[in-house]
Design a protein around this ligand. Structure first.
Ligand SMILES: [Zn+2]
Length: 346
């Protein structure tokens, strides 16, 4: 079953088949979305209506996370939930612009010159741009609008833009007038710089990875204070054991840190995992705020042990279970002082 439409991005030429290893599923290979499986469905509309995300959002997420991979990922309601949780789906026009910028930067195609063409001759190229920006492929004027915004901000330079209701093109049958536009653009030096900045520091992420000992009696009260402080500064705290997931925990930790803007590491209990996560985050260039329960700092909690000397010398916020309000407010002050974009929300 070749040359089908991709149910998510809408591109033609999708290779669909049923294979023995997944009898309950149909498998597809799409140039934009990569390899995916779905439960067999009779009607596209009904299938999409059962999923909690729109087709073009799924297409964008697949483009970003699945394209070029060998394995077939199952797209179902669980997949959509994970996609939402991953924090990658853009919510505003400017976030869509930045997605487009990053995806143009990383796609290594077209020798730096990109053409958005809306006519019947080059649909697949325009659909790819639509996936890059989480746009609907049948509403390319939205994509065109994002390109105009990127041009306004100076991140791309549009050199040729014949946005019009009709478009003249030469085909083997002579000249034809088609509806559409023909927009040529390239990334500017400022655009390259911005894309690299976005890729290296996750500058616009709202996620804060919290590395800590998962223990009900020892650290749960501190988690409350940390998550309150993080939310009040306009961010969303993420602690691995608070989220259901199907991936290996280590993958979840790595992707959680990568997607975070900064990390809070609580050293209470001297957990090896927490040290590892703090170091990994630091290596990625993330700000790391250290905290620790006071009796685990001064050796009172266990056998006169202290924080490892590598981290001992770094300023940290100490807390005690009876003064969690103070801890919360110190943490807020630290975030506002050291994290770009941290500010108290109402
Ligand atoms: Zn597709």
């Amino acid at each position: 079953m070749n040359n089908q439409h991709c149910v998510f991005c809408g591109t033609d030429g999708v290779n669909g088949f049923c294979d023995d290893s997944a009898k309950d599923y149909s498998s597809y290979r799409c140039h934009n979305c990569g390899n995916y499986r779905t439960k067999p469905f009779v009607s596209t509309d009904n299938f999409l209506a059962d999923l909690p995300l729109s087709a073009h959002i799924i297409a964008g997420y697949l483009y970003e996370t699945n394209r070029g991979k060998e394995d077939f990922i199952v797209v179902n309601a669980d997949f959509c939930e994970q996609a939402e949780y991953a924090g990658k789906i853009p919510k505003t026009a400017m976030q869509q612009c930045e997605k487009l910028l990053i995806n143009l930067y990383t796609c290594n195609e077209s020798e730096g010159i990109f053409r958005l063409v809306k006519n019947s001759q080059f649909p697949e190229v325009s659909i790819r741009f639509a996936s890059m920006a989480y746009c609907k492929s049948n509403e390319l004027w939205v994509l065109h609008h994002l390109i105009t915004l990127l041009n306004d901000t100076g991140y791309i330079s549009v050199s040729n833009d014949t946005y019009q209701k009709t478009y003249t093109t030469t085909t083997s049958n002579g000249q034809r007038v088609l509806p559409g536009f023909n927009t040529e653009f390239r990334l500017t030096a400022k655009g390259y710089e911005r894309a690299e900045q976005l890729l290296s520091t996750n500058i616009d992420s709202k996620n804060v990875f919290v590395a800590m000992w998962f223990d009900k009696t020892e650290t749960d009260a501190a988690w409350e204070a940390i998550s309150n402080a993080v939310r009040q500064c306009g961010f969303e705290p993420f602690r691995v054991d608070k989220h259901e997931h199907n991936n290996y925990i280590c993958d979840e930790i790595i992707s959680g840190i990568k997607q975070s803007k900064f990390v809070i590491a609580d050293l209470t209990g001297y957990r090896g995992g927490v040290y590892w996560e703090a170091g990994y985050a630091k290596g990625l260039g993330r700000e790391v705020i250290l905290t620790c329960r006071k009796d685990w700092c001064n050796g009172e909690a266990k056998d006169n042990k202290r924080i490892h000397f590598d981290l001992e010398q770094i300023v940290r916020i100490e807390w005690t279970p009876d003064k969690l309000d103070e801890f919360e407010s110190s943490l807020k002050s630290r975030m506002i002082a050291t994290v770009d974009g941290a500010k108290l929300t109402d």
